[in-house]
Design a protein around this ligand. Structure first.
Ligand code: SF4
Ligand code: SF4
Length: 291
Protein backbone atom coordinates (compact mmCIF):
# COMPACT_ATOMS: atom_id res chain seq x y z
CA UNK A 1 0.00 0.00 0.00
CA UNK A 2 2.91 2.35 0.76
CA UNK A 3 3.95 2.28 -2.94
CA UNK A 4 0.48 3.15 -4.21
CA UNK A 5 0.31 6.80 -5.28
CA UNK A 6 -2.11 9.03 -3.35
CA UNK A 7 -3.32 12.59 -3.62
CA UNK A 8 -3.80 14.11 -0.18
CA UNK A 9 -6.42 16.77 0.36
CA UNK A 10 -6.08 18.69 3.63
CA UNK A 11 -8.80 20.71 5.30
CA UNK A 12 -6.83 22.84 7.80
CA UNK A 13 -9.94 24.40 9.41
CA UNK A 14 -13.54 25.37 8.73
CA UNK A 15 -13.27 29.14 9.20
CA UNK A 16 -14.32 31.34 6.27
CA UNK A 17 -14.77 35.05 5.65
CA UNK A 18 -17.69 34.47 3.24
CA UNK A 19 -21.11 33.06 4.14
CA UNK A 20 -22.37 31.34 0.99
CA UNK A 21 -25.96 30.19 1.30
CA UNK A 22 -25.22 26.64 0.06
CA UNK A 23 -22.15 25.99 2.24
CA UNK A 24 -21.90 23.13 4.72
CA UNK A 25 -18.24 23.67 5.70
CA UNK A 26 -18.98 26.65 7.89
CA UNK A 27 -21.54 24.61 9.89
CA UNK A 28 -18.61 22.77 11.47
CA UNK A 29 -16.62 24.05 14.43
CA UNK A 30 -14.02 26.44 13.00
CA UNK A 31 -11.03 24.83 14.71
CA UNK A 32 -7.49 24.61 13.33
CA UNK A 33 -5.07 21.71 13.12
CA UNK A 34 -3.49 20.65 16.41
CA UNK A 35 0.28 20.02 16.48
CA UNK A 36 -0.37 16.29 16.74
CA UNK A 37 -2.52 16.41 13.58
CA UNK A 38 0.23 18.18 11.64
CA UNK A 39 2.65 15.46 12.77
CA UNK A 40 0.20 12.74 11.62
CA UNK A 41 -0.11 14.41 8.21
CA UNK A 42 3.67 14.65 7.84
CA UNK A 43 4.06 11.01 8.90
CA UNK A 44 1.54 9.95 6.24
CA UNK A 45 3.31 11.97 3.54
CA UNK A 46 6.60 10.35 4.54
CA UNK A 47 5.23 6.81 4.63
CA UNK A 48 3.11 6.89 1.48
CA UNK A 49 3.66 8.01 -2.06
CA UNK A 50 1.80 11.33 -1.87
CA UNK A 51 2.09 13.10 -5.22
CA UNK A 52 0.00 16.19 -4.54
CA UNK A 53 -1.32 18.23 -1.63
CA UNK A 54 -4.59 20.07 -2.05
CA UNK A 55 -5.62 22.56 0.65
CA UNK A 56 -9.33 23.33 0.91
CA UNK A 57 -11.63 24.84 3.51
CA UNK A 58 -13.37 26.75 4.88
CA UNK A 59 -11.01 29.28 3.34
CA UNK A 60 -7.49 27.79 3.33
CA UNK A 61 -5.67 31.14 3.07
CA UNK A 62 -6.87 31.88 6.62
CA UNK A 63 -4.53 29.03 7.68
CA UNK A 64 -1.34 29.91 5.81
CA UNK A 65 0.92 29.41 8.85
CA UNK A 66 -0.39 25.85 9.31
CA UNK A 67 -0.14 25.10 5.58
CA UNK A 68 3.47 26.29 5.58
CA UNK A 69 4.26 24.16 8.63
CA UNK A 70 3.14 21.13 6.62
CA UNK A 71 5.04 22.22 3.49
CA UNK A 72 8.20 22.97 5.42
CA UNK A 73 8.04 19.49 6.98
CA UNK A 74 8.37 17.77 3.59
CA UNK A 75 11.78 16.36 2.71
CA UNK A 76 11.50 18.05 -0.69
CA UNK A 77 8.82 20.20 -2.27
CA UNK A 78 10.15 19.46 -5.74
CA UNK A 79 8.08 16.37 -6.48
CA UNK A 80 4.86 17.40 -4.70
CA UNK A 81 2.28 19.52 -6.50
CA UNK A 82 0.60 22.04 -4.18
CA UNK A 83 -2.88 23.27 -4.90
CA UNK A 84 -5.46 25.42 -3.08
CA UNK A 85 -9.17 25.91 -3.59
CA UNK A 86 -9.98 29.43 -2.43
CA UNK A 87 -12.75 32.01 -2.41
CA UNK A 88 -10.25 34.60 -3.76
CA UNK A 89 -10.95 37.22 -1.04
CA UNK A 90 -7.37 38.47 -1.39
CA UNK A 91 -7.76 39.44 -5.06
CA UNK A 92 -8.96 43.01 -4.40
CA UNK A 93 -5.62 44.41 -5.61
CA UNK A 94 -2.64 43.01 -7.44
CA UNK A 95 -0.54 43.74 -4.36
CA UNK A 96 -2.75 41.77 -1.97
CA UNK A 97 -3.06 38.86 -4.42
CA UNK A 98 0.71 38.72 -4.94
CA UNK A 99 1.30 38.90 -1.18
CA UNK A 100 -0.91 35.88 -0.46
CA UNK A 101 0.59 33.82 -3.28
CA UNK A 102 4.10 34.71 -2.13
CA UNK A 103 3.28 33.83 1.48
CA UNK A 104 2.82 30.14 0.59
CA UNK A 105 6.06 28.16 0.49
CA UNK A 106 4.89 26.57 -2.75
CA UNK A 107 1.85 26.88 -4.98
CA UNK A 108 1.38 25.20 -8.36
CA UNK A 109 -2.35 25.46 -8.86
CA UNK A 110 -5.08 27.84 -7.67
CA UNK A 111 -8.72 26.86 -8.08
CA UNK A 112 -11.16 29.70 -7.48
CA UNK A 113 -14.69 28.90 -6.30
CA UNK A 114 -17.00 31.33 -8.07
CA UNK A 115 -20.71 31.10 -8.80
CA UNK A 116 -23.94 32.86 -7.91
CA UNK A 117 -23.35 32.11 -4.23
CA UNK A 118 -19.77 33.45 -4.10
CA UNK A 119 -20.72 36.38 -6.33
CA UNK A 120 -22.42 38.02 -3.33
CA UNK A 121 -19.03 38.30 -1.62
CA UNK A 122 -16.42 38.43 -4.39
CA UNK A 123 -16.32 41.38 -6.81
CA UNK A 124 -15.98 40.12 -10.40
CA UNK A 125 -12.92 42.30 -10.96
CA UNK A 126 -11.02 40.24 -8.35
CA UNK A 127 -11.13 37.27 -10.70
CA UNK A 128 -9.25 39.10 -13.44
CA UNK A 129 -6.67 40.27 -10.89
CA UNK A 130 -6.19 36.76 -9.52
CA UNK A 131 -5.94 35.27 -13.00
CA UNK A 132 -3.31 37.81 -14.09
CA UNK A 133 -1.28 37.42 -10.89
CA UNK A 134 -1.34 33.62 -11.23
CA UNK A 135 -0.30 33.90 -14.88
CA UNK A 136 2.67 36.11 -13.93
CA UNK A 137 3.67 33.79 -11.08
CA UNK A 138 3.44 30.61 -13.20
CA UNK A 139 0.57 29.28 -11.05
CA UNK A 140 -2.12 27.35 -12.95
CA UNK A 141 -5.58 28.88 -12.57
CA UNK A 142 -9.08 27.45 -12.85
CA UNK A 143 -12.59 28.24 -11.65
CA UNK A 144 -15.12 25.83 -10.10
CA UNK A 145 -18.77 26.81 -10.46
CA UNK A 146 -21.44 25.25 -8.24
CA UNK A 147 -24.78 25.13 -10.00
CA UNK A 148 -28.37 24.72 -8.86
CA UNK A 149 -29.58 24.40 -12.44
CA UNK A 150 -27.99 24.52 -15.94
CA UNK A 151 -29.14 28.17 -16.10
CA UNK A 152 -26.38 29.02 -13.61
CA UNK A 153 -23.83 28.26 -16.32
CA UNK A 154 -24.61 31.70 -17.70
CA UNK A 155 -21.54 32.79 -15.71
CA UNK A 156 -19.18 30.65 -17.78
CA UNK A 157 -19.07 32.89 -20.91
CA UNK A 158 -18.44 35.92 -18.68
CA UNK A 159 -15.51 34.12 -17.07
CA UNK A 160 -14.17 33.09 -20.47
CA UNK A 161 -13.84 36.79 -21.37
CA UNK A 162 -11.17 37.08 -18.66
CA UNK A 163 -8.88 34.42 -20.05
CA UNK A 164 -8.41 30.90 -21.28
CA UNK A 165 -8.57 28.74 -18.15
CA UNK A 166 -10.47 25.55 -17.23
CA UNK A 167 -13.93 25.89 -15.69
CA UNK A 168 -15.21 22.95 -13.63
CA UNK A 169 -18.88 22.47 -12.79
CA UNK A 170 -20.24 21.00 -9.54
CA UNK A 171 -23.88 20.33 -8.80
CA UNK A 172 -25.04 21.61 -5.40
CA UNK A 173 -25.90 18.63 -3.21
CA UNK A 174 -28.98 18.39 -0.99
CA UNK A 175 -27.25 18.58 2.39
CA UNK A 176 -26.68 21.00 5.23
CA UNK A 177 -27.36 24.63 4.35
CA UNK A 178 -28.12 23.79 0.71
CA UNK A 179 -30.95 21.52 1.80
CA UNK A 180 -32.24 23.97 4.41
CA UNK A 181 -32.17 26.83 1.89
CA UNK A 182 -33.65 24.69 -0.90
CA UNK A 183 -30.64 25.29 -3.15
CA UNK A 184 -29.76 21.76 -4.28
CA UNK A 185 -29.48 20.80 -7.94
CA UNK A 186 -32.68 19.14 -9.10
CA UNK A 187 -32.43 16.02 -11.25
CA UNK A 188 -35.51 15.40 -13.43
CA UNK A 189 -35.48 11.61 -12.78
CA UNK A 190 -33.25 8.91 -11.31
CA UNK A 191 -30.23 8.29 -13.55
CA UNK A 192 -29.34 4.63 -13.06
CA UNK A 193 -25.84 5.12 -14.53
CA UNK A 194 -24.82 6.19 -10.99
CA UNK A 195 -25.08 2.54 -9.90
CA UNK A 196 -22.02 1.59 -11.97
CA UNK A 197 -19.95 4.47 -10.54
CA UNK A 198 -17.53 4.39 -7.62
CA UNK A 199 -16.86 7.22 -5.18
CA UNK A 200 -15.51 10.03 -7.41
CA UNK A 201 -12.91 10.76 -4.73
CA UNK A 202 -11.57 7.23 -4.32
CA UNK A 203 -8.02 8.08 -5.44
CA UNK A 204 -7.71 10.91 -2.90
CA UNK A 205 -7.42 10.71 0.87
CA UNK A 206 -8.59 13.75 2.81
CA UNK A 207 -7.39 14.92 6.21
CA UNK A 208 -10.34 16.58 7.94
CA UNK A 209 -9.31 18.97 10.71
CA UNK A 210 -10.31 17.56 14.11
CA UNK A 211 -11.41 14.21 12.67
CA UNK A 212 -8.62 12.40 10.78
CA UNK A 213 -7.93 10.67 7.48
CA UNK A 214 -10.91 9.75 5.32
CA UNK A 215 -11.72 8.82 1.73
CA UNK A 216 -14.60 11.30 1.84
CA UNK A 217 -14.36 15.02 1.16
CA UNK A 218 -18.09 15.37 0.73
CA UNK A 219 -21.40 14.43 2.31
CA UNK A 220 -20.19 11.76 4.75
CA UNK A 221 -17.55 14.17 6.07
CA UNK A 222 -20.02 17.00 6.53
CA UNK A 223 -22.96 14.94 7.77
CA UNK A 224 -23.92 13.74 11.21
CA UNK A 225 -21.40 11.34 12.79
CA UNK A 226 -18.72 12.28 10.25
CA UNK A 227 -15.91 11.20 12.61
CA UNK A 228 -17.00 7.56 12.13
CA UNK A 229 -15.66 7.66 8.57
CA UNK A 230 -12.24 9.00 9.63
CA UNK A 231 -9.16 7.48 11.28
CA UNK A 232 -6.26 9.02 13.22
CA UNK A 233 -3.61 7.59 10.86
CA UNK A 234 -3.53 7.03 7.11
CA UNK A 235 -2.62 3.38 7.70
CA UNK A 236 -5.68 2.83 9.91
CA UNK A 237 -7.89 4.39 7.27
CA UNK A 238 -6.42 2.40 4.37
CA UNK A 239 -6.89 -0.80 6.39
CA UNK A 240 -10.49 0.03 7.30
CA UNK A 241 -13.45 -1.86 5.87
CA UNK A 242 -14.96 1.50 4.90
CA UNK A 243 -11.97 2.45 2.71
CA UNK A 244 -11.82 -0.99 1.10
CA UNK A 245 -15.54 -0.90 0.34
CA UNK A 246 -15.69 2.63 -1.04
CA UNK A 247 -12.47 2.42 -3.05
CA UNK A 248 -13.09 -0.97 -4.67
CA UNK A 249 -16.80 -1.19 -5.34
CA UNK A 250 -19.43 0.63 -7.35
CA UNK A 251 -22.62 1.76 -5.61
CA UNK A 252 -24.59 -1.00 -7.37
CA UNK A 253 -22.13 -3.59 -6.00
CA UNK A 254 -22.35 -2.11 -2.50
CA UNK A 255 -26.13 -2.32 -2.67
CA UNK A 256 -26.04 -5.98 -3.78
CA UNK A 257 -23.34 -6.97 -1.26
CA UNK A 258 -25.30 -5.45 1.64
CA UNK A 259 -28.67 -6.81 0.51
CA UNK A 260 -30.29 -3.40 -0.06
CA UNK A 261 -30.51 -3.65 -3.87
CA UNK A 262 -34.26 -3.09 -3.80
CA UNK A 263 -34.19 0.07 -1.67
CA UNK A 264 -36.22 2.80 -3.43
CA UNK A 265 -34.15 5.58 -5.02
CA UNK A 266 -35.21 9.10 -5.94
CA UNK A 267 -33.98 11.57 -8.62
CA UNK A 268 -31.60 13.17 -6.05
CA UNK A 269 -29.77 9.84 -5.79
CA UNK A 270 -28.47 10.33 -9.35
CA UNK A 271 -25.47 12.04 -7.77
CA UNK A 272 -22.81 9.61 -6.39
CA UNK A 273 -22.39 11.51 -3.12
CA UNK A 274 -26.11 11.83 -2.47
CA UNK A 275 -26.60 8.12 -3.16
CA UNK A 276 -23.59 7.31 -0.98
CA UNK A 277 -24.88 9.39 1.95
CA UNK A 278 -28.27 7.69 1.58
CA UNK A 279 -26.75 4.19 1.55
CA UNK A 280 -24.54 4.83 4.58
CA UNK A 281 -27.61 5.67 6.63
CA UNK A 282 -28.79 2.07 6.12
CA UNK A 283 -27.80 -0.49 8.77
CA UNK A 284 -26.82 -3.30 6.33
CA UNK A 285 -24.42 -0.97 4.44
CA UNK A 286 -22.92 0.32 7.66
CA UNK A 287 -22.44 -3.26 8.84
CA UNK A 288 -20.35 -4.30 5.83
CA UNK A 289 -18.35 -1.06 6.14
CA UNK A 290 -17.70 -1.65 9.85
CA UNK A 291 -19.12 1.78 10.69
S1 SF4 B 1 -16.28 30.55 0.33
FE1 SF4 B 1 -16.37 28.31 0.36
S2 SF4 B 1 -16.06 27.75 2.53
FE2 SF4 B 1 -16.56 29.95 2.45
S3 SF4 B 1 -18.77 30.07 2.81
FE3 SF4 B 1 -18.43 30.02 0.58
S4 SF4 B 1 -18.54 27.82 -0.03
FE4 SF4 B 1 -18.26 27.95 2.22
S1 SF4 C 1 -20.02 11.07 -0.01
FE1 SF4 C 1 -19.39 9.00 -0.62
S2 SF4 C 1 -19.11 9.17 -2.84
FE2 SF4 C 1 -19.05 11.25 -2.02
S3 SF4 C 1 -16.85 11.66 -1.62
FE3 SF4 C 1 -17.81 10.89 0.26
S4 SF4 C 1 -17.34 8.69 0.25
FE4 SF4 C 1 -17.11 9.43 -1.85
Amino acid sequence: MANKKFKLCILPGYRCNFACAHCSATLKTPQRLADSEIQSILAAIKAYSVTSLHFVGGEPTLYIADINRILSGLASLKHTKVRITTNGHFGATKKSAKAVLASLLKLDYLQLSYDKFHREFLPFKNIRTLYNVCLEAGVEFSVAISIQSPLDLVLAPQLKKIGDFPIGVLKVMPAGSARENNLAYRYPSFDKRVLSKKCPNHKTITYMCGEGFTSCCSLLSFGEGSARFAHPTMRAHLNSDFYKLISRHSFGEIMRMSGVASTPLSPDHSSPCTLCAHLFKLGPVRNIAGI
